[in-house]
Design a protein around this ligand. Structure first.
Ligand SMILES: [Zn+2]
Length: 304
């Protein structure tokens, strides 16, 4: 009897040791409980045009995309998503302009990339036809694409102050479409979203203009402070100085190609009519420490 008990005891101990060895190996390989750093990538422009695209990789390797750029930027975006596993858990599209959602339309139509949720804030087609007729053909096509059978279940019209959680990342919608703003109409419909990436907050402004800046200051003043801001409208003639003063960022993401950064119309620095130098001056006054600029290529930073 004693002997049998002894054998059983030894077997249990051996079993536990084997389990511990296997568990240690699994953890060391990084497949287990080890979480990765959150990464934020600003995508480069691939043609001589402004665009905007960001990718967030979460601690457990989930993927969030914000806009993505023009149709000509689709290939670079696709490559980046494929390197992260080829699946997008949440895709935020700030507004219907093709320098933001063009790449998305290509990826949906031409690739195997799987998308779980698509977050938008859109007016009816007629609104775009009325207030931005010169771009109505594109906005029509875009809205019809989202209405397709294979996509419509994934599309979610976000609500003001809605909170979304994606793998530990808290997302809060601070701004939605503003149909009452009909000047600079398309840009002023930009969704404004705040992401809490670990200890770092990121504010995405899209192409927010003056009127929606005022609205944000009136309605969301206390929530605007953010560590990182995406500079609105590619760094020129977008959000107001007062809005940035409230955000008080330490890092700026500039979706700004070289010609815009330098205000260069092709004949040298500061020969254009863009307002980029004015915005750059505001950020100097605010003592922003770090600038990530689209013209410098795909840039990835790790966040705590
Ligand atoms: Zn834009």
């Amino acid at each position: 009897m004693e002997n049998k008990k002894g054998v059983l005891k030894k077997s249990v101990i051996c079993g536990i040791i084997v389990c511990l060895i296997l568990l240690t190996g699994w953890l060391l390989k990084g497949d287990g409980l080890t979480k990765h750093a959150i990464e934020l990538t600003q995508l480069k422009n691939n043609i001589h045009r402004q665009m905007m695209g960001y990718i967030i990789k979460t601690e457990n390797d989930k993927v969030i995309v914000i806009d993505g750029g023009t149709t000509e930027d689709a290939q670079n975006l696709e490559r980046n998503i494929m390197e992260l596993g080829g699946k997008v858990d949440g895709w935020f599209l700030t507004h219907v302009h093709d320098d933001h959602v063009g790449a998305f339309t290509q990826i949906v139509a031409n690739t195997e990339i799987e998308i779980n949720h698509i977050y938008v804030s859109l007016n009816e087609k007629q609104w775009y036809q009325t207030y931005e007729p010169e771009r109505a053909e594109f906005s029509n096509q875009f809205i019809e694409l989202l209405e397709r059978e294979e996509l419509k279940e994934k599309v979610k019209q976000v609500k003001l102050n809605e909170k979304i959680k994606i793998d530990g990342i808290k997302v809060e919608v601070l701004g939605v479409k503003n149909p009452e703003i009909t000047e600079n109409a398309g840009n002023e419909q930009s969704m404004v979203v705040k992401f809490q990436l670990g200890e770092t907050s990121l504010l995405i402004l899209g192409d927010t203009g003056e009127k929606s800046s005022e609205k944000l200051l009136m309605t969301q003043r206390e929530k605007l402070k953010s560590d990182i801001v995406q500079v609105s409208h590619h760094g020129q003639a977008g959000a107001t100085k007062e809005l940035y003063e409230q955000i008080r960022p330490t890092t700026c993401l500039w979706p700004t190609p070289d010609y815009l950064w330098n205000n260069d119309n092709g004949t040298g620095e500061n020969t254009g009519t863009w307002k980029t130098f004015e915005t750059r001056g505001w950020m100097e006054e605010l003592e922003v420490k770090e600038h990530l600029i689209e013209k410098d290529g795909d840039i990835t930073i790790q966040l705590k």
